[in-house]
Design a protein around this ligand. Sequence first.
Ligand code: G3P
Length: 200
Amino acid sequence: FFVSFAWLVLGYLAGSFPTAYLIALRLRGIDIRTYGSGNVGATNLGRLMGKKWAFLVAIVDMLKGGVAVLMIRLFGASDVTVAMAAFAAVMGHNYPIWLDFKGGKGVSTTYGTLFFVAPPGSMIAVPLGGLVWLIILKIGGYVSLASILSLFGLAFILPLCGVPAPFALSAFGLAVLSTWRHRANVKRLLSGRESRARSK
Ligand code: G3P
């Protein structure tokens, strides 16, 4: 039990690394939480610093969760522990202890952690989920809508790719969690006030 608990704490701490916050602060002297949507994530950093930086943050945010989950798996943790550690990593991103628990919406970190949960199936499912994200973004023009819908899509794609149930369940929980974190976006989407993704 204590070992599993330690893995969850490790997952949380890995996820809590505030990539977008640190880059905005170090390179622009701006607290990203006071800029744009106020979100500590790739999309909002893109508003401040452009697409390349958004891409970098997305990659780092994917890796921080992904590498942690991969390590935990390599150390022989059970499927359930790995699934919970994936959830913990995203909780770390969304509610980082370093930023008064005000973090991001967990999209990149969810994709990154789920990529490594159960190879090879998860490594096929996650890029497919990414494709769904891209298609919805192209059609709708809203990053938030693409993020929410593709995360639910991913929860369905994972078991189709042969990924065991605990991970599909974790993915579903992560989609619900991210929807909760997007609640302001959802309100704006419903009232037509959500800002569209612009190329920068
Ligand atoms: O990844 C978060 C994205 O879905 C929405 O971000 O900054 O537009 O609230 P933002």
